[in-house]
Ligand binder design. Structure first.
Ligand SMILES: Nc1ncnc2c1ncn2[C@@H]1O[C@H](COP(=O)(O)OP(=O)(O)OP(=O)(O)O)[C@@H](O)[C@H]1O
Length: 259
């Protein structure tokens, strides 16, 4: 069953100085429970695409459906969760208050949803941190809280915009595993934007490669399910991982040669 459908999404930005076509006619269907990554050269429109799916930006043309409904701002707020490079936790609120605030903003707050947020904190090993403030946690812990904040609103679709890129390498690999296992066990649907080819292969069912700006779908790679069967960390040791990596790398090198 499809969860998200993009129909010919184009996006142009107009400033006083210039007009920029960021995305050109992107059509894509994401299935329920699928993990899709979007890769592409810098400036090809990856974040623009995610912001459009999130309902934060209106495309210049094209349509988006979430489930069987046309996407609008209200529906996006209620059904779509985010995890970004920065955690945007409020420094003056405790971890628990940050989590319940996320639920309140999305209209999901109840005693039961609060319990669910605390349960999630416990599951990811931060149950004893709920009364602390964000500056008392490490960067990796804060991103784990951001993961819980996203899960605690029980969204239909999760959007991940480079959520691991500000972390040190070891923390990044551990967090990739945690996010992967959590989303798989909950059968969540996710779209990840990343610059990291390895991360995209290790975590995804499909990798969407965008062309240099204006971003168009250049190629879609179906990642063999056996690569990431155990964990993104283990996936990197799989012989087919390297094959996929080389293929995507070559395509991206060709972009550089033609721009
Ligand atoms: N608000 C804006 N106004 C004008 N141009 C914009 C705006 N936001 C993005 N752009 C332009 O649109 C293009 C796509 O930007 P976007 O940030 O979506 O790309 P990206 O692929 O996410 O880039 P990166 O990989 O470097 O993060 C770029 O040329 C960028 O300069």
């Amino acid at each position: 069953m499809s969860i998200l459908q993009l129909h010919k999404i184009s996006m142009g930005y107009v400033t006083k100085k210039e007009a920029t076509l960021a995305l050109d006619s992107i059509s894509l269907t994401v299935q329920d429970g699928e993990f899709v990554s979007v890769l592409g050269p810098s400036g090809c429109g990856k974040t623009t695409l995610l912001s459009i799916i999130a309902g934060l930006l209106s495309p210049t043309s094209g349509r988006i459906t979430l489930g069987d409904q046309e996407l609008n701002e209200k529906q996006a707020r209620a059904n779509i969760g985010y995890m970004l490079q920065q955690d945007y936790l409020f420094p003056w609120r405790t971890i628990e208050d940050n989590l319940t605030l996320g639920q309140k903003i999305r209209g999901h707050y109840s005693t039961e949803s609060r319990r669910m947020a605390i349960d999630w904190l416990e599951k990811i090993g931060l149950g004893d941190k709920k009364d602390l403030f964000p500056n008392q946690l490490s960067g990796g812990m804060r991103q784990r809280v951001a993961l819980v904040r996203m899960l605690a609103t029980n969204p239909t679709l999760m959007l991940l915009d480079e959520p691991f890129s500000a972390l040190d390498y070891q923390t990044k690999l551990k967090l990739e595993d945690l996010v992967f296992h959590t989303l798989k066990s909950e059968q969540k649907t996710a779209v990840l934007v990343t610059h990291d080819i390895g991360e995209a292969i290790a975590m995804s069912d499909r990798v969407i490669l965008l062309s240099p700006r204006p971003g168009r779908i250049h190629r879609i790679f179906n990642i063999p399910s056996e690569i990431a069967i155990s964990s993104p960390f283990q996936a990197r040791a799989h012989p087919q991982f390297n094959e996929q990596f080389q293929q995507i790398w070559k395509e991206m090198e060709n972009f550089e040669a033609t721009t």
